[in-house]
Design a protein around this ligand. Structure first.
Ligand code: NAP
Length: 537
């Protein structure tokens, strides 16, 4: 979407073309009501009005009404914030408080399709559990424009509102346009889910956990042993686990080789790059937001293969066929490619877990907005820390980098940018504790070479100290990993187990987007060779 403040077009030509196609899926007419109040939260009022007008121009299945806050309809629907958008308000209680101008625009479009089909799309199990709900639930999901995880949580809420329109209402709250609400609920990391006024969760949840929290109003922890499904979902030549750069590239190469394949992703596609503010070393693009680069890769991969999102592989069994088992059921394959990537490493400092979402963050792209004019520290000396520091500085935050040594390990280009922007650096320093009652208010820092511990005031701590590989499923079937848990592969991306391959950040070696895509391609072609050979035998 092109952000616009006046009467200019909101949607560019490419978005219009995509939406023309998407809206062929609308099953019936959907009414959208936009409420605004002049002078309040401009320019987002115009943005919302123009956005809905343009959607209604693309298809006659969308009908936009433009109303004023304070009029009878606004009072009837209890709309007080400008702008507010209601979707199909005669049937459902789904609202966007704030313009859906960022990532949450994706959830808005998906919700139009959902309500037009009058089908929540929830699993049978979730439907059965929601059918027993007896009390009202109002779900508020706080989002920011740049947060790629936010639309998924908004969709969880909207699905519940479509399934139980009598009892469940959902509200996507754009935090930057509703600072009072964000403050009221102490929002510091998004998506933050508040149900009936109580914060239930921070982060994108799998559907079953979201439904549990909705019903119980208790914060949900991932169950120690999620229930694996039993039904056979499909049979493929190659099952790819993970939809980051490696898995997506493997899907493209496998399909083009003629291998049937599926990509199983436990969360949203895009991997860690989707939350990298800016990428400057992807050949052909001097400077591209990580999310945009991954959107292009995901779109490309989807034109070849299927990506099953929110589909975590809980267990793998290697027999004549390889089975990848998820909550939905069993995927059978002749070969398996593990491209599960890595996750951010934790500092393991006291206060880190307790203050997560209250100033401690691992995602500058998602949460940077909340600290745009505040004091923040970034911990680390690699590419992640410096990219995050530069992004936070560009938002207007007062950034201090805390690094345990006397020199950075990041690319020289990033180091030079940090110098140019005169970002403060505390060298030879370690964060030993994160302090604060309700929110982060300081960190305790100790010199790496000794010395006294001192306190440094800060509103947030962004941790960028490297990665931990997500290699549990590999280890569970006997795939050899190195001491740090990264999978060991040969030059052809084969592991020690026949028909099991690995690629990208979960493997040992250089961890860059180009190498992830390269190893994804090599792994897919190795699988192709092995499968072709076995077919000839
Ligand atoms: P990294 O390159 O492993 O760097 C981690 C940094 O954190 C190092 O400076 C390390 O210090 C420090 N560190 C590690 N453990 C620490 C601890 N317990 N306490 C304090 N400091 C600690 O990790 P990364 O920056 O997250 O990058 C991960 C991979 O992704 C790398 O391969 C990187 O090149 C890649 N990446 C690339 C880009 C890009 O090219 N645009 C962007 C992001 C990430 P020492 O230096 O003392 O070891």
């Amino acid at each position: 979407m092109e952000k616009d403040t006046g009467t200019k077009k909101v949607l560019n030509d490419d978005s219009r073309k995509i939406l023309q196609n998407t809206f062929k899926g609308l099953k019936r007419r959907v009414k959208i009501e936009v409420f605004t109040k002049e002078g309040s939260n401009e320019p987002f009022n115009n943005l919302s009005i123009n956005f809905v007008r343009e959607l209604a121009e693309i298809t006659d299945k969308i009908e936009g009404s433009f109303l004023k806050i304070g009029d009878a309809r606004a009072k009837e629907k209890k709309v007080e914030k400008s702008p507010t958008i209601l979707i199909d308000p005669d049937k459902y209680n789904i609202r966007y408080t704030g313009a859906p101008a960022g990532e949450e625009g994706r959830s808005f479009i998906e919700t139009l399709l959902m309500v037009s089909a009058d089908d929540s799309g929830l699993s049978e199990d979730s439907r059965k559990r929601l059918a027993k709900l007896k009390e009202r639930r109002h779900v508020q999901v706080f989002v920011t424009a740049a947060c790629p995880y936010c639309p998924g949580e908004v969709i969880n809420a909207n699905r519940a509102a479509v399934e139980r329109p009598d009892l469940v209402s959902s509200e996507c709250v754009e935090s930057s346009e509703n600072v009072d609400l964000a403050k009221k609920f102490n929002v510091g990391s998004v998506p933050q889910t508040v149900i009936n006024g109580k914060t239930i969760n921070i982060g994108l949840q799998p559907e079953d956990l979201f439904i549990s929290g909705l019903i119980s109003l208790e914060e949900q922890k991932a169950p120690e042993t999620a229930q694996p499904g039993e039904d056979i979902i499909g049979e493929y030549d190659l099952i790819i686990v993970g939809a980051g750069p490696a898995g997506l590239t493997a899907g493209i190469y496998a399909s083009r080789s003629g291998l049937s394949n599926v990509i199983l992703e436990k969360s949203i596609p895009g991997g860690q790059v989707a939350v990298t503010p800016v990428v400057e070393n992807w050949p052909g693009m001097t400077n591209v937001p990580g999310k945009h680069l991954m959107d292009l890769m995901v779109q490309h991969a989807r034109s070849y293969t299927h990506i099953h999102e929110n589909e975590e592989v809980l267990e793998v069994k290697v027999g004549r066929k390889i089975e990848a088992i998820t909550r939905s059921g069993r995927y059978l394959g002749n070969a398996l490619l593990i491209a599960t990537g890595a996750t951010h490493r934790k500092l393991e400092a006291p206060g880190e877990d307790r203050l997560y979402g209250k100033g401690v963050s691992y995602c500058a792209t998602c949460d940077g907005y909340f600290y745009k004019d505040r004091q923040v520290i970034v911990v680390g000396g690699g590419n992640t820390a410096l990219t995050d520091a530069l992004y936070l500085d560009s938002l207007g935050a007062k950034v201090t980098i805390v690094h345990r040594r006397g020199e950075f390990r990041a690319e020289n280009h990033l180091v030079e940018s940090v110098k140019e922007r005169k970002i403060e650096v505390l060298w030879d320093s370690e964060v030993v504790e994160i302090n604060g009652k309700e929110r982060v208010d300081s960190v305790s820092i100790k010199g790496s070479k000794g010395g006294k511990t001192k306190k440094l005031k800060t509103d947030a701590v962004f941790v960028g100290i490297g990665e931990t590989p997500l290699s549990e499923i590999a280890s569970s079937i006997g795939v050899v990993t190195n001491e740090a848990g990264f999978i060991q592969v040969d030059q052809t991306q084969r592991t020690n187990i026949p028909r099991v391959y690995a690629a990208g950040d979960v493997t040992s070696g250089i961890r860059q987007i180009v190498t992830a895509t390269g190893t994804g391609a090599v792994a897919a072609l190795s699988a192709f060779q092995d499968i072709s050979r076995s077919r000839k035998q």
